[in-house]
Design a protein around this ligand. Structure first.
Ligand code: FE2
Length: 299
């Protein structure tokens, strides 16, 4: 399988017909130099400040004790409108202490930096991202979810092959992921991989949802994953997408992708924003539900 074309987006002013045609064929579009090194370093420094201000003691047991699975689930399921910190599975030793410094222990921060933090709000709502979203076909792009992914050295975990629409279901499907390399993403530190030309079906092959769409139900804070099609992915066709700092990888919610564990000495920070089309139906049994007084917004 041929590697997708890497476009140079240094002077980006909109999605070109060539970019759109590649995106439609592959399900993914790689735009190098979308952001300057200075812009990447600046948002990384800002996140460094948020991490330094994070007080983990209140939360440590939430993440380190397997018997508290329901508390972890609640912490995750109520994070759609918040800024919350999630640790790597291997972050803690048997006594619940961090193995590495805090800055190298986190898996991600999510899921509403784009609305809750002024710096991330500004960063996420740059006009060039709006041009990408509109150029790739979203009639009314809405910023649903943001994640800052750390992929720390030595313990950054593998992410198995999946489609993001599994977690972000709309009718019809409209999820678009904007994945920004804040640092060089390499084969060694766990760059993205994907399987091009596999995004043409109507729906993702699995769906993760709440077991109830009624907040008053006992089952509201529980999730289930439904298999809609158990055909295995042709992983023999996967291609690596190593990219330099500042690259934007835009991909359909139906694009199957994965990443390896980070066994290197270098982190692999990335920032993602997931968009949906406001003209599509967003069911209330999606895991990410915002408060009625705090609706999802556009650019
Ligand atoms: Fe993903």
């Amino acid at each position: 399988m041929a590697k997708p074309t890497y476009f140079n987006a240094e002077n980006f002013s909109g999605i070109t017909p060539e970019m759109l045609s590649d995106y439609k064929r592959d399900g993914v579009l790689v735009l190098e130099n979308m952001l300057s090194p200075e812009s990447c370093e600046s948002i990384m420094a800002h996140m460094g400040g948020l991490v330094d201000a994070f007080e983990p003691d209140d939360h440590k047991t939430v993440f380190s004790t397997l018997s508290r699975e329901q508390e972890q689930e609640n912490y995750f399921l109520s994070s759609g409108g918040e800024i919350r910190f999630f640790f790597e599975d291997k972050a803690f030793d048997a006594d619940g202490n961090l193995v590495q410094p805090m800055s190298q222990s986190l898996n991600k921060v999510g899921h509403a930096m784009h609305d809750r933090d002024p710096v991330f709000n500004h960063f996420s709502r740059q006009n060039r991202f709006k041009l990408v979203a509109e150029g790739l076909g979203l009639a009314e792009p809405l910023l649903l979810q943001s994640m800052y992914i750390f992929k720390p050295p030595h313990i950054g975990g593998e992410v198995v092959c999946h489609q993001d629409s599994t977690f972000i279901w709309t009718e019809p499907q409209s999820c678009l992921g904007l994945w920004i390399a804040l640092e060089d993403a390499t084969l060694e530190n766990g760059c993205l991989w994907g399987i091009p030309d596999q995004h043409h079906e109507e729906n993702p092959r699995t769906r993760m949802k709440r077991t109830s769409d009624n907040p008053a139900s006992d089952n509201y804070n529980a999730t289930e994953t439904i298999t809609l099609d158990d055909t295995p992915w042709p992983e023999e066709n996967k291609v690596a997408l190593p990219v330099p700092q500042g690259t934007l990888i835009a991909f359909s919610g139906l694009f199957p992708h994965l990443s390896s564990a980070n066994t290197s000495d270098k982190s692999r920070h990335a920032y993602t924003v997931h968009l949906i089309d406001g003209t599509c139906h967003y069911p209330q049994d999606n895991w990410l539900i915002r408060d009625k007084n705090d609706p999802i917004k556009g650019y």
